[in-house]
Design a protein around this ligand. Structure first.
Ligand code: NI
Length: 173
């Protein structure tokens, strides 16, 4: 198992746009495996390439609940084709913004298109937790974080907290 370091706010790579993956080769398969290992170890339910400094359009997820069989999902070059008008509000967190959780409102259902690890084109409809997770992870590929949907006051509070932590860490090293 290869666990990779998860980048934390305010790392600039979290704000960059990831590049499409041209071919699902052994390197991409290894990356997906590393991402799943890293996500399970964290533990988390989703992880995007840029969160480990890999600026590629790949996300991994697993929404199986405790005690259920693992259900890993790998999406390469994912794209949301359709959003529902209906929205839901749910609490979100992010491995790159540890120990912070806020309610976010998003479309309740999406249709997503992606390439899977076998190189097949897949179209999938998702709702509820999976739909939210897909939207959250895909945002990472465009440098968008869930805190961007909060009020400016709340977002600034989170940013300041992590900027301060980074300064302290630099001083200590
Ligand atoms: Ni996240």
């Amino acid at each position: 198992m290869a666990k990779r370091e998860i980048l934390v706010l305010p790392d600039a790579r979290l704000r960059a746009i990831a590049e499409p993956i041209e071919k699902v080769d052994a390197e991409v398969k290894k990356l997906a495996k590393d991402m799943l290992d890293t996500m399970y170890d964290a533990p988390g339910i989703g992880l995007a390439g840029p969160q480990i400094g890999e600026m590629k359009r790949i996300v991994v997820m697993d929404l199986a609940k405790e005690g259920e069989k693992p259900d890993p999902i790998v999406m390469i070059n994912p794209e949301i084709l359709k959003y529902s008008e209906e929205t839901i509000t749910s609490e979100e967190g992010c491995l790159s913004i540890p120990e912070i959780y806020y309610d976010v409102e998003r479309p309740a259902e999406v249709t997503v298109k992606y390439t899977d690890l076998d190189g097949n084109e897949v179209e999938r409809e998702a709702k509820d937790r999976l739909a939210i997770c897909i939207q959250h992870e895909l945002d990472h590929l465009d440098g968008v974080l869930y805190i961007d949907y909060l009020s400016r006051l709340k977002r600034d509070r989170v940013l300041k907290k992590f900027q301060k932590a980074e300064k302290l860490a630099k001083k200590a090293s």
